[in-house]
Design a protein around this ligand. Structure first.
Ligand code: HEC
Ligand code: HEC
Ligand code: HEC
Ligand code: HEC
Ligand code: HEC
Ligand code: HEC
Ligand code: HEC
Length: 335
């Protein structure tokens, strides 16, 4: 704890130093890469939002409703008109970095709404929000967006941002954009104080690297949804391909106690996930090596054949099926 002692002394001598200590002061590796990941950018403030800045005017037509999103300095205005009446609001928050898409949340008359249209990278423009597919607006307000319940609000912000939800209430004044250190390392603020005070006992943190596959599934599943969430509430169709903890658990490779098949065996949560099958061969071979357990067909590129990419209709992106398996031609999607 030499670090801590040095900082305590500095803090006593110069309070300004103590005030500027952040996680990055002591955990450089994680702090250098994590904020730039898509989780770090799971929510953006409108003033900083790259997509809205790079697309100063976006338009979309749905039946008789015309949509525009226009940039004005640091702000973006979302307008919907049916030709007679118009709803024009400031966008409050931008959800999603846009690997697939970005959805907007706005306030109107004290109520928060989820925009009925979203930006999609694949088409570099607007289309219906995934959750709005198959619904028909009855009036202009519904054409603008979906009224969010209290549960929707706290849910969205708890999964996409940090410090904005306490208990079941939304605290926009404390919101930090994106999934940051403290969202996953819940005791971190106390830990930081304690390390600086040299109190080893209070500085103790849950050791996340010690989690089993099942514990990791539950941990990541708080946001990516757990096996139990999907088993109980569905969807029981191709739309569940985006819920990796559910898919992985249904795979024959899955063993609740085996760390070689936990999420963090393949993904470092502090870095952007790696694209390309060659990055994962060694992960498979940690279990599949030797004559009995290896593949008769190929010696590399495992995930190309055994974790197929599946297009989710309306989402404008492909997801990687985490139900690792032998994929037979013309097979039905295993739900
Ligand atoms: C003044 C230095 C300092 C600051 C600031 C600090 N930590 Fe730590 N952190 C430590 C030390 C020392 C350890 C213990 C390392 C060990 O046990 O090997 C540690 C351990 C950890 C661990 C590992 C626990 C484990 O065993 O797996 C996590 C996670 C962690 N810190 C997160 C954070 C986060 C998040 C922040 C910011 C809110 C933060 N820390 C701020 C010094 C610091
Ligand atoms: C607090 C909620 C939360 C937790 C906990 C969480 N995630 Fe995420 N994760 C998200 C959100 C939200 C996104 C979507 C970010 C975006 O693209 O806007 C995401 C995106 C990702 C992506 C990138 C997907 C893409 O298409 O760009 C990976 C990989 C990922 N998470 C892995 C993990 C792993 C592994 C864990 C557990 C160690 C985990 N996540 C825990 C909320 C969370
Ligand atoms: C239980 C946690 C959770 C809740 C609640 C939640 N999300 Fe997400 N969201 C995620 C995760 C995890 C991902 C990344 C995987 C995926 O795309 O399904 C994601 C992805 C997204 C994406 C696509 C991001 C991208 O980069 O392409 C958008 C947009 C989005 N969410 C918006 C919202 C909005 C708006 C709400 C509230 C109405 C919401 N989410 C509620 C966890 C959540
Ligand atoms: C999406 C969730 C998530 C976020 C956000 C996150 N971490 Fe972690 N962190 C984890 C998990 C899970 C582990 C355990 C990793 C493993 O199994 O190897 C971990 C491990 C650590 C460790 C211990 C490393 C070790 O070798 O045991 C430190 C230190 C740490 N994180 C610091 C940070 C800091 C600092 C930030 C913010 C810059 C941060 N984390 C953001 C999930 C997260
Ligand atoms: C055995 C390795 C492996 C494990 C374990 C694993 N993943 Fe993945 N994951 C991958 C591969 C491979 C990709 C796709 C990489 C690419 O695009 O080339 C991926 C992609 C993702 C993505 C990006 C969206 C997508 O579907 O393409 C998310 C999010 C994700 N994983 C989350 C998780 C979570 C959460 C867990 C734990 C439940 C997990 N992964 C466990 C190998 C793994
Ligand atoms: C924790 C160890 C472990 C890891 C990591 C692992 N597997 Fe497996 N895998 C198994 C076990 C155990 C079985 C079941 C063998 C049996 O039933 O005889 C299996 C079965 C399979 C099967 C046959 C499934 C079927 O439908 O019959 C394939 C294909 C497979 N694994 C591919 C992979 C690929 C590709 C990866 C990496 C993305 C991987 N495995 C990672 C342990 C693992
Ligand atoms: C070109 C596609 C392809 C690639 C790449 C590939 N496999 Fe396979 N694999 C298959 C097919 C097809 C089968 C089923 C063969 C059969 O019918 O017996 C199979 C079977 C398997 C099985 C089941 C073996 C058994 O006897 O039950 C395992 C395990 C497996 N592969 C793992 C891997 C691993 C690990 C890798 C990467 C080192 C890999 N595969 C690369 C197509 C592929």
């Amino acid at each position: 704890m030499l670090w801590a002692r040095a900082l305590v002394i500095l803090g006593v001598v110069c309070p300004a130093v103590a005030a500027t200590v952040t996680c990055a002061t002591c955990h450089k590796t994680e702090a250098l890469s994590q904020p730039a990941t898509s989780m770090g950018y799971a929510l953006e403030l409108v003033s900083d939002c790259t997509i809205l800045r790079e697309h100063p005017r976006l338009t979309f037509q749905y039946g008789r409703y015309s949509y525009t999103i226009t940039r004005q300095g640091e702000r973006s205005i979302y307008s919907v008109t049916d030709g007679t009446d118009t709803i024009s609001v400031l966008i409050g928050w931008a959800f999603g970095l846009g690997s697939a898409g970005q959805t907007y949340v706005f306030e109107r008359g004290g109520i928060l709404y989820e925009s009925r249209v979203s930006f999609y990278k694949a088409i570099a423009g607007l289309d219906l929000t995934f959750g709005a597919l198959g619904t028909t607006p009855k009036n202009l307000a519904q054409a603008a967006g979906r009224e969010m319940t209290q549960e929707d609000v706290t849910g969205c912000f708890a999964c996409h941002s940090t410090d904005a939800v306490r208990g079941f209430t939304f605290h926009p004044e404390d919101l930090k954009a994106g999934v940051l250190c403290e969202n996953c390392h819940t005791l971190a603020p106390r830990h930081m104080q304690a390390v600086m005070a040299g109190d080893a006992k209070a500085a103790a943190m849950p050791h996340l690297a010690g989690m089993t596959a099942e514990e990791t599934n539950e941990f990541c599943g708080r946001c990516h949804r757990t096996w139990a969430d999907i088993a109980a509430h569905g969807p029981h169709n191709i739309a569940n391909v985006r819920f990796q903890p559910y898919r992985l658990t249904n795979s024959k490779c899955y063993d609740a106690d085996d760390k070689r098949i936990r999420c963090t065996a393949c993904h470092n949560p502090h870095e952007e996930f790696l694209v390309g099958a060659s990055n994962y061969d060694a992960k498979c071979q940690a279990c599949h090596s030797g004559k009995r357990k290896s593949c008769r067909v190929a010696k590399q590129g495992c995930t190309n054949c055994h974790m197929p990419k599946i297009e989710l209709p309306g989402a404008h992106r492909k997801f990687t099926d985490h139900q690792i398996r032998i994929v037979r031609a013309g097979e039905r999607y295993p739900e």
